[in-house]
Design a protein around this ligand. Structure first.
Ligand SMILES: Cc1cc2nc3c(=O)[nH]c(=O)nc-3n(C[C@H](O)[C@H](O)[C@H](O)COP(=O)(O)O)c2cc1C
Length: 355
């Protein structure tokens, strides 16, 4: 490949300037300390991948009640901020950019992970079908969630603002709201998990309000030009059932159209009936990052065709820390080892070789 490779030109996502159009997609890897503090292993992992135009760091809980998985990082305490600061410093030292994905898991929670003093909360008291692995008790069903009062919903929105303040203090270039995969913002968005009748439920305009207000709260800290939104219309993960997913996602994009967010990070819809990338282009006027199943060639074609400003890669980034150098030199890619995706320690995390 020559230096004019379409993925290797700079671009802007709102106020975030990228050296290339290759984005590292957010990936939960469960390598933080038990209290959610990022450690030196995480610093090394992200620093190895600073060649990406932008790293979207893994789904991170704003408050302990929003934690989904053991050894998932948080952005709530001074220890979390200190740990993340070491990560962002290491990425910045190499000229990289890094934003943090804020992920409140809502009903996708277990007291075996968070401790019984923290309630698992949701838009409605409807339990998600499914189980989660816990370090202390193996596979466990999700908790029966407590329905958030209207006042408590506003408090959770404010917790997203505080998470953005903490992320800024930790040196991130911005924040991204995780609105996919059946976590809290998607629980509000979807007709099945949101049976409320207050200002946050009842019709689609009310169901999108939680995610829209979280984005406004995060933008009040960073400026909207440093806030992104991740979505995946049609996603059924974590017992997500929406009667009209396209309508819900378009309604959310309309509700935030005045905000001028940095980017929309759109995953390909898992069902044929929905063209998620088209929805992104038609209903969002800012920069688009597209994702799911791309390789360097298909991503380059998508950028040439004007489908997106940038493309994100998850699995390739697990096993190819020098992914951008491999694109530059047209080198083969290493396959990932699925067994070590979520296991503690360096194996399958920081020990993938560079080409
Ligand atoms: C190990 C792993 C962890 C993931 N964790 C997250 C996450 O924390 N947040 C998120 O939005 N997506 C998460 N995803 C989804 C990826 O960001 C991405 O959308 C998906 O892997 C498809 O992209 P790919 O084909 O380039 O791998 C995860 C995927 C993997 C493989």
């Amino acid at each position: 490949m020559t230096k004019t490779h379409p993925l290797l030109t700079g671009c802007a996502l709102g106020d975030i300037q990228l050296a290339n159009r290759v984005v590292m997609a957010p990936m939960t890897r469960n390598r933080a300390e038990v209290d959610g503090s990022p450690n030196n292993l995480m610093r090394d992992y992200y620093s190895q991948r600073a060649n990406a135009g932008l790293i979207v760091a893994e789904g991170t809980w704003p408050v302990a009640a929003g934690q989904a998985y053991n050894r998932q990082p948080g952005i709530e305490t001074p220890e979390h901020i200190k740990g993340w600061r070491a990560v962002t410093d290491a990425v910045h030292e190499q000229g990289g950019k890094i934003v943090l994905q804020i992920m409140h898991a809502g009903r996708i929670g277990s007291h075996h992970i968070k401790g019984s003093e923290l309630a698992t909360v949701a838009p409605s008291a409807i339990k998600a079908r499914g189980e989660v692995y816990t370090d202390s008790a193996g596979m466990q069903p999700y908790d029966m969630p407590t329905e958030l009062s209207t006042e408590a919903v506003w408090k959770v929105i404010d917790e997203h603002r505080q998470a953005a303040i903490n992320a800024k203090e930790a040196g991130f270039d911005g924040v991204e709201l995780h609105c996919t995969s059946g976590y809290l913002p998607m629980q509000f968005l979807c007709s099945d998990s949101n049976q409320r009748s207050d200002e946050f439920g009842g019709n689609v305009q009310a169901r999108v309000k939680f995610a829209a207000e979280c984005l406004r709260a995060m933008a009040s800290v960073f400026g909207a030009g440093r806030v992104g939104l991740r979505m995946n219309p049609g996603n059924r993960f974590n017992d997500t059932n929406d009667e009209f997913p396209e309508e819900s996602h378009v309604a959310l994009l309309k509700a935030i159209s005045d905000l001028d967010l940095a980017y929309l990070h759109m995953m390909r819809a898992p069902i044929e009936q929905i063209d998620a990338f088209k929805i992104g282009r038609e209903s969002f006027k800012g920069a688009l990052i597209i994702n799911d199943g791309f390789n360097p060639d298909s991503a380059a074609q998508a950028v040439i065709a004007g489908q997106a400003e940038a493309v994100s890669f998850a699995r390739h980034y697990v096993s190819n820390p020098d992914f951008v150098s491999r694109i530059v030199a047209n080198l083969p890619l290493t396959r990932l080892d699925r067994k070590t995706l979520y296991t503690p320690g360096a194996a399958g995390y920081t020990d993938y070789a560079t080409a």
